[in-house]
Ligand binder design. Structure first.
Ligand code: HEM
Ligand code: HEM
Length: 197
């Protein structure tokens, strides 16, 4: 692909599975968070979310280019470099997740496993009624809510910075091909390296 796309041209970025996963996770997370006292609802929702997250993790190894972990997991140094550029207002546009966004995605997926996994543990013979497991479930659910807040703020900032609508892209799967800094889109190599300018 080159930087000479026609004005208005769009490219596919998020495949169908990633989009279904994302909005499914949003709905299930919200519903599970709001229903802790409705056991009959809360637990099936939590299990469903756990299955969805496991499928997303597998897709991270075998899925389409921008869905793969190798496509968006950057080294800590690259994340810090990106955050520095962001502070300076010079962060390049990325077609897939930017390095900071990628780190957040890994954190969100890990926390989803921890929240749903600890919820599951509370219902097993081995860990039923064990206080630290209960605490882990409660606290991790709240930490995850906080991270979601940071995630959504990142989406808003990144959208504003590059004049594009990332939420729309997560619905349609498409992004404008030719943004001002399109040429600076990251390579899919891992470990991640800053593109040369
Ligand atoms: C209404 C609130 C939310 C909005 C508007 C939103 C929006 C987005 C957008 C635009 C992206 C793509 C980011 C990019 O372009 O790099 C994304 C990715 C992601 N979001 Fe959200 N998000 C929301 C809530 C959540 C929640 C509640 C979770 C999980 C608990 C979540 C987990 C994720 C994950 C795991 C990805 C990576 C998608 C993938 O690569 O599979 N998001 N979100
Ligand atoms: C990612 C999915 C889940 C989310 C977001 C979530 C969230 C929550 C929240 C916010 C609470 C209330 C905590 C409090 O009162 O401070 C809670 C309680 C609870 N959750 Fe989950 N949960 C999830 C998955 C699960 C699963 C899979 C199970 C078990 C099968 C489960 C079992 C429970 C139980 C039994 C409680 C009540 C515990 C108590 O009050 O001692 N949860 N959950």
């Amino acid at each position: 692909m080159s930087g000479h796309a026609a004005p208005g041209a769009e490219v596919r970025v998020w495949d169908m599975f990633v989009r279904l996963f994302h909005w499914g996770a949003v709905a299930l997370f919200a519903a599970a968070f709001l229903s802790p006292d409705e056991k009959w609802l809360h637990e099936p929702l939590g299990y469903l979310l756990l299955v969805l997250v496991m499928a997303r993790i597998i897709w991270g190894f075998i899925g389409t280019a921008h869905a793969r972990f190798t496509g968006f997991v950057a080294s800590p140094a690259a994340v810090l470099r990106y955050l520095r550029l962001l502070r300076e207002g010079r962060a390049p546009r990325h077609l897939g997740h930017n390095p900071a966004g990628g780190a957040m995605i890994v954190l969100l997926l890990a926390m989803l496993v921890l929240v749903a996994g600890s919820g599951w543990m509370t219902e097993t013979d081995r860990w039923f009624g064990v206080p630290w497991v209960d605490h882990l479930h409660h606290i991790s659910a709240k930490v995850l809510l906080l991270l979601v807040g940071v995630h959504v703020a990142g989406v808003v900032v990144s959208s504003a910075l590059h004049g594009e609508n990332l939420v729309r892209a997560m619905i349609t799967g498409r992004k404008p091909a030719a943004a001002p800094s399109w040429q600076q889109s990251r390579s899919l190599a891992w470990p991640y390296r800053e593109p040369r300018s």
